[in-house]
Design a protein around this ligand. Structure first.
Ligand SMILES: NC(=O)c1ccc[n+]([C@@H]2O[C@H](COP(=O)([O-])OP(=O)(O)OC[C@H]3O[C@@H](n4cnc5c(N)ncnc54)[C@H](OP(=O)(O)O)[C@@H]3O)[C@@H](O)[C@H]2O)c1
Length: 199
């Protein structure tokens, strides 16, 4: 399959790339690195990216930010950071990317454990993750020729040192378990699923 990985040089994305490149053709796109550069926060940039690549069999998104801070500090604009980047970035990938997918193709998005288990300082990040879940369930009701799923992981092994103090009592998810979920979405036949992964 010809697969585009958005954020394929990031912490999780690079592991997905390593795993899938043994039996698929991989194209990596990112903000500052990759085969192609683009901005997930800008729908014209997303469309240009797909125009450059042409028809694809699968799209994986492992990119998108949200602002972390105490609720009392977050401004309205801070919420829009997550909405523009992680939420609407991925919604726009489906909205625009569906027209570039071959019949039976798939789009796999990425959310995160905060959707179900928020921590302090995550009202924005948790909200965005939850919204991605609702979007995936709803959009599958209307897309017949392609599949959309979302991977929702706890903190991954490769990020654990950096984030462990924000996630008391969590265990790092082995990277292989994380990449398994993306393989299941790409090579399997599931649709509209939220794949929740914990250690
Ligand atoms: N790390 C975890 O433990 C964990 C757990 C669950 C969910 N998640 C979620 O998974 C996603 C990826 O996490 P990560 O830890 O792998 O992040 P990361 O290491 O920061 O990598 C993010 C990747 O996304 C790309 N990117 C960021 N903003 C972009 C933009 N505006 N346009 C295009 N590309 C952009 C970056 O491209 P460049 O390399 O070109 O800059 C980078 O390759 C995030 O949404 C995160 O919330 C992470």
């Amino acid at each position: 399959m010809k697969i585009l990985i958005i954020g394929g040089n990031g912490t999780i994305g690079r592991r997905i790339k390593e795993r899938l490149q043994t039996n698929h053709e991989i194209i990596v796109a990112g903000k500052n690195s990759g085969d192609l550069k683009f901005n997930l926060e800008n729908s014209s940039s997303i469309r240009e990216l797909f125009e450059k690549i042409g028809p694809l069999d699968a799209i994986i998104a492992v990119a998108g930010d949200a602002k972390w801070d105490r609720f009392e500090n977050l401004t309205e604009d801070d919420y829009y950071t997550g909405i523009r980047s992680k939420l609407m970035g991925q919604v726009n990938l489906v909205r625009i990317g569906k027209d570039y997918l071959n019949y039976g193709g798939s789009i796999t998005l990425t959310s995160g454990i905060l959707a179900d288990e928020p921590e302090i300082m995550t009202t924005s990040a948790a909200m965005v993750n939850g919204a991605i879940h609702s979007f995936v369930k709803a959009v599958n009701l209307e897309l017949e020729t392609i599949r959309v799923n979302v991977v929702c992981s706890d903190v991954v092994e490769d990020s654990f040192e950096r984030y462990k103090n924000f996630f008391p009592g969590h265990r790092p998810v082995p990277m292989e378990k994380v990449t398994d979920a993306y393989v299941k979405c790409i090579e399997g036949t599931i649709r509209g699923e939220i794949i929740r992964i914990k250690a």
